[in-house]
Design a protein around this ligand. Structure first.
Ligand code: ADP
Length: 479
């Protein structure tokens, strides 16, 4: 079976968040199940070398304001179809934002073009290859089923929502310039409260809608989490499915991670200490084995609840615990973490920026990883934490609720706990979870048993890839 993925990011080439990890990982597992995935991706400057090594398979003089071509390339075990349209993608810096940090003013065209081309490939094929299913990811690919409405016999589309907070809303006057059919603009179609909604179009017109955890699939049917789309999500009913994300076990493997000073397994946990010492050195933290070393690897935004972490910092410091933060985003949060590191030297350290190698070291060298998100479609860093025996302390929402088993007395007695959960996202509840973590840390037998259980928890793609395959079979009638 052939599947066309369409997405705006793909690891390890271009990444701003978890979407890239998913797009870069799941096709590899699907390949082992006889499914051939090709990924349609904008040819951003970061992909210039891959483009140069590829082969042109399609070209046009006019794609929403300029010439474009598709270059097919194989790289990092992935089959890529790179949409090379310099008028849309040949820009420096963040892929979504201009140098002043605002959305590029022509984002509707940049991602409308991706959708238009995906629809053409879906209907006409490319270089003799034709998809049986189009799998669109997030708002940037949301218009694909809307474009496909113009064709008879088009393959089915599946839309995966990685984060419903990002919806791609634009002025409806762009419907004509984007070449969309105006009669699709209505309340049950691509209209969202007077805007043209890319994600809304995807939800309305795809055969199936998936999101990245079962709990988030339920949450987005409610006003609290649905961000205005709860009505149409609820209306799609059984067509909405939650399929949990996994992680790439080749990239995230403590026993074979070239980015760790010392590799380790569940049988050689004592080797983790060398990594902890290196984290402490990099973040200028005290050496205190009596209390845990916590880490955070995150976009710094209100979604991630890190303002609440700032509120509980005095409690963390007073318990002798330490905190290493790696992140970037909201300037106010960046400044507050930098100030905290100055206020509590030796106890709090922070690196503002994006640093993949450092993130591996932190997961490999910390005792626990903090993910206090207000909402979290799936979350990946808690999965890295499980695999590296770095116990997750998480809010009970979305994929965090689905992947971590809280160390409450019953779970401890039953021998099932893998981390610590709290709810709601308040300083009071978070501090209680941190206190419970510190207490568990002082009980080496309990802590080690939790670490070993966490490391054995399945976090790969196997099960979820099977769920995607079942969905592809269902929409093509192949089962
Ligand atoms: P989201 O997609 O909402 O940002 P996820 O937890 O799903 O959150 O995915 C975030 C991904 O980005 C993870 O792979 C995480 O390790 C990575 N990441 C986030 N911030 C940084 C950073 N500052 N440096 C390195 N990696 C980061």
């Amino acid at each position: 079976m052939n599947i066309l993925f369409a997405a705006s990011e793909c690891g390890p080439f271009i990444k701003t968040g978890g979407l890239a990890d998913v797009i870069g990982a799941v096709p590899k597992t699907l390949a082992g199940m006889g499914i051939s995935v090709r990924i349609l991706l904008p040819a951003y400057p970061a992909l210039a070398r891959v483009v140069a090594a590829g082969e042109q398979v399609w070209a046009t003089d006019s794609l929403l304001g300029g010439g474009a071509r598709i270059v097919a390339a194989s790289a990092e075990g992935l089959e890529l179809l790179l949409l090379d349209a310099p008028h849309l993608y040949d820009r420096p810096g963040n892929i979504y934002l201009d140098p002043k940090g605002r959305d590029w003013p022509d984002n509707a065209f940049r991602y409308g073009a991706l959708c238009k081309v995906a629809a053409e490939i879906a209907v006409g094929g490319i270089g003799g290859w034709k998809p049986d299913v189009v799998h669109a990811h997030d708002w940037q690919a949301g218009l694909i089923p809307a474009y496909l409405k113009a064709f008879h016999g088009a393959p089915p589309t599946i839309l995966t929502i990685h984060n419903i907070a990002f919806q791609g809303l634009f002025d409806p006057s762009l419907i004509g310039p984007l070449g969309l059919q105006p009669w699709l603009y209505h309340m049950d179609g691509m209209e969202y409260f007077g805007h043209l909604g890319f994600l809304k179009a995807g939800i309305a017109f795809s055969q199936k809608v998936t999101t990245v955890s079962p709990t988030y699939a339920h949450e987005i049917m409610t006003p609290e989490f649905g961000m205005g789309l709860q009505g149409i999500i609820t209306a799609r009913g059984a067509d909405v499915v939650g399929i949990l994300n996994g992680i790439d076990l080749d990239i995230w493997n403590p026993a074979d991670d070239p980015l760790l000073p010392r590799t380790y397994s569940a049988r050689t946990l004592q080797k983790k200490a060398a990594n902890r010492a290196e984290v402490a050195r990099r973040f200028a933290l005290n050496d205190n084995g009596d209390a845990p070393l916590f880490c955070v690897i995150s976009r710094l935004t209100t979604q991630k609840g890190l303002d609440v972490l700032l509120d509980v910092l005095p409690g963390i410091v007073s318990r002798g615990a330490r905190l290493a933060v790696l992140g970037s985003g909201d300037k106010g949060l960046e400044a507050r973490f930098a100030t905290a590191a100055r206020k509590w030297p030796g106890s709090v350290g922070c690196v503002i920026g994006y640093d993949e190698p450092l993130s591996h070291l932190m997961v490999g060298g910390s005792d626990a990883i903090l993910v206090p998100s207000r909402f979290e479609p799936c979350g990946l860093t808690q999965l890295y934490g499980l695999r590296y025996g770095t116990l997750p302390v998480v809010s009970r929402t979305g994929g965090l609720a689905d992947t971590i088993i809280d160390a409450n007395p019953a779970a401890i007695a039953a021998g099932t706990a893998t981390g610590f959960q709290f709810s709601p996202v308040t300083a009071f509840a978070f501090e209680d979870a941190i206190n419970r973590t510190c207490e568990a840390f002082r009980d080496p037998q309990l802590w080690t048993s939790m670490v070993k259980r966490a490391m054995a928890h399945p976090v790969g793609w196997e099960q979820s890839a099977r769920a995607y395959k079942a969905l592809y079979d269902a929409v093509t009638g192949a089962n």
